[in-house]
Design a protein. Structure first.
Length: 106
């Protein structure tokens, strides 16, 4: 690794850390907001902080328990955590919700 690539990695890490801190600060100041929690979940997921992302996505379900995308993202997190049985169940829930949304019996 050369010096320039090290600087880029440190800069990216700092940017992501400050983004997390800013989102968390906004949540504390403004209360739970689904859009802020979703952004925080996405940042944690991108960083590979799957347990933190999991916590955020679970909190998102309290806002919209029938959001198929949230259930699907939870399934992906469980795949990343190598919890495949749980991932399958979460995928099934997401699938049922998508079918319901499309008024299809799938």
């Amino acid at each position: 690794m050369n010096v320039n690539s090290s600087k880029v990695e440190v800069s990216l890490e700092y940017t992501q850390t400050s983004q997390i801190e800013e989102l968390e600060k906004n949540i504390v100041e403004n209360g739970d907001s689904s859009s802020l929690i979703k952004k925080l979940a996405e940042v944690h997921f991108k960083e590979g902080n799957y347990l933190r992302a999991l916590s955020c996505y679970l909190k998102l379900l309290s806002f919209d328990p029938e959001n198929a995308r949230t259930w699907n993202k939870l399934a992906v997190i469980f795949i990343k955590l190598e919890e495949h049985k749980s991932a399958i169940e979460l995928s099934r829930i997401a699938h049922r919700l998508i079918c319901k949304e499309m008024n299809d019996n799938c």
